[in-house]
Ligand binder design. Structure first.
Ligand SMILES: *Cc1c(COP(=O)(O)O)cnc(C)c1O
Length: 446
């Protein structure tokens, strides 16, 4: 395992109040040019980023606890990724794999076959975004089974295109007034240990969903079950142990395609290559994006060869899918994940952060739960006594953290979860500093 070297000083340093004057000016220009429907978590504009820091246009050095939503697991300017991108761009940026194919697409497919759970024969298709991967996984499942229905879960997030909006649970902001939605999508209860009745086991929670599936849809009409093994936007919900294996087993017995959406949880984030690995479940198809290519837009589905090869030639693809610059970036990013043992780093980050957050939870009754796995960690905030979600407090904590130079994301169906998704290459000192800022923000806000 090699030591990580940084280009920028790994330090939190504020030289202006946030946002600084240059960021404020960009916000003004943006208002007149960029549609209001695109939001940004923080009003500071990036100029440079490396390791665990993002330097803004005013020269402030902020600690990145979001990784651009779990994307820059290897950092935002990993030297290997940067060199691979430059080298590939100087040769060819595009030929279209469906016109004149190239080797790097095949290499990425070979890597994904080796890294994803299960040692069965696998096939891969590459796309550009997570939503596109999810759409295509459903296309394959429907064609391969000849069935229409798809099951998704409470708190699920699968994207913003029409089919993936239908699969996504939360209305505001993802779905409100954007319908009509794609049909034949059914929503089932998730295993959510913090909010389920106490003592409900993972297997019981799965049976609860399976009973509803059998009553409301019928296995013979069901093409696929799609689920995030650890839910992302819905609140970093980790289902009770046994929930996922029970669903997988039922799907297998009933010829239903089990799709694990690992767009957010994949690529070393949870301390394994994929979140499925923790309970040893093997999905029929896995969707991947975010962390796959060090920040370049790339997504993939990898799945059972007998399912994917059922699709007729030309049925899957897209102009840019598996772009050669993005493929070069993915190969370099995967190389860095191995070289720096980023699954190991994620476990280390998880131990350090969980220890401190659990200690804080002892002293702060508004912390309902600290949960997650590896470097995909969350704090759910509630009103003490009632356990009601406290979204206002959550927002306040993120604002206070930003004021001190820490970019902290929130999530959750009820908007009451702060999530920690640092780049896995973040150094220990910077991580400690970020955690101190977060602890102080929580203490000050409650
Ligand atoms: C982000 C995300 C998506 C959508 O990915 P995009 O690249 O934004 O289209 C799908 N599924 C999960 C679990 C995600 O976190």
């Amino acid at each position: 395992m090699s030591t990580i070297e940084y280009r920028l000083p790994q330090k939190r340093a504020l030289v202006t109040p946030l946002p600084g004057p240059k960021s404020a000016e960009l916000t003004e220009r943006r208002r007149a040019a960029v549609a209001a429907g695109v939001g940004s978590s923080v009003p500071v504009y990036a100029a440079d980023a490396d390791g665990g820091v993002i330097v803004d246009v005013d020269g402030n050095s902020l600690i990145d606890m979001g990784s651009g939503i779990a994307v820059t697991n290897v950092g935002a300017s990993d030297p290997k990724v940067a060199a691979a991108v430059a080298a590939q761009a100087s040769r060819f940026t595009h030929t279209c794999f469906m016109v004149t194919p190239y080797e790097s697409y095949i290499q990425v497919a070979e890597e994904l076959a080796a890294l994803t759970p299960g040692d069965h024969e696998k096939r891969t298709v590459l796309f550009n975004s997570g939503a596109e991967a999810v759409e295509n996984a459903i296309k394959v499942a429907r064609l391969a089974t000849g069935r229409d229905a798809v099951v998704a879960f409470d708190h699920a997030y699968h994207g913003r295109t029409n089919l993936t909006m239908a699969l996504t649970a939360k209305s505001m902001p993802y779905k409100t007034n954007f319908g009509p939605f794609a049909p034949e999508v059914y929503r089932m209860p998730m295993s959510y240990p913090f909010r389920d009745q106490p003592g409900l086991t993972g297997e019981q929670a799965a049976r609860r969903a399976i009973t509803q599936i059998e009553k409301q849809i019928g296995a013979e009409s069901l093409a696929a079950i799609i689920i995030e093994p650890i839910q992302g936007e819905g609140g970093f919900i980790v289902p009770a142990e046994g929930f996922l294996p029970t669903l997988v087993e039922w799907a297998r017995e009933n010829g239903v395609v089990f799709i694990a959406d690992e767009v957010q949880s994949g690529f070393a984030r949870t301390g394994d290559w994929f979140a499925c690995d923790a309970e040893g479940i093997v999905p029929d198809i896995i969707t991947m994006a975010k962390g796959i290519a060090g920040g370049m837009p790339l997504s993939a589905i990898t799945g059972r060869a007998d399912l994917l090869d059922k699709v007729h030639p030309g049925g899957l693809g897209g102009t840019y899918g598996g772009n050669p610059v993005a493929c070069a970036a993915a190969l370099a990013a995967i190389d860095s994940m191995r070289e720096y043992d980023l699954p190991g780093r994620a476990r280390h980050i998880g131990e350090v952060a969980t220890t401190r957050l659990l200690a804080l939870a002892e002293e702060v009754p508004a912390i309902g739960e600290v949960r997650g796995r590896g470097a995909m960690l969350a704090v759910e905030l509630v009103e003490p006594g009632t356990g009601e979600p406290d979204a206002a407090l959550t927002k306040d904590i993120a604002a206070r953290a930003l004021e001190q130079g820490v970019i902290l994301l929130t999530c959750g169906t009820y908007g009451n979860v702060i999530r920690l998704l640092p780049p896995l290459v973040i150094g220990d000192e910077l991580l400690d500093d970020a955690l101190t800022v977060i602890e102080n923000a929580i203490r000050a806000a409650v």
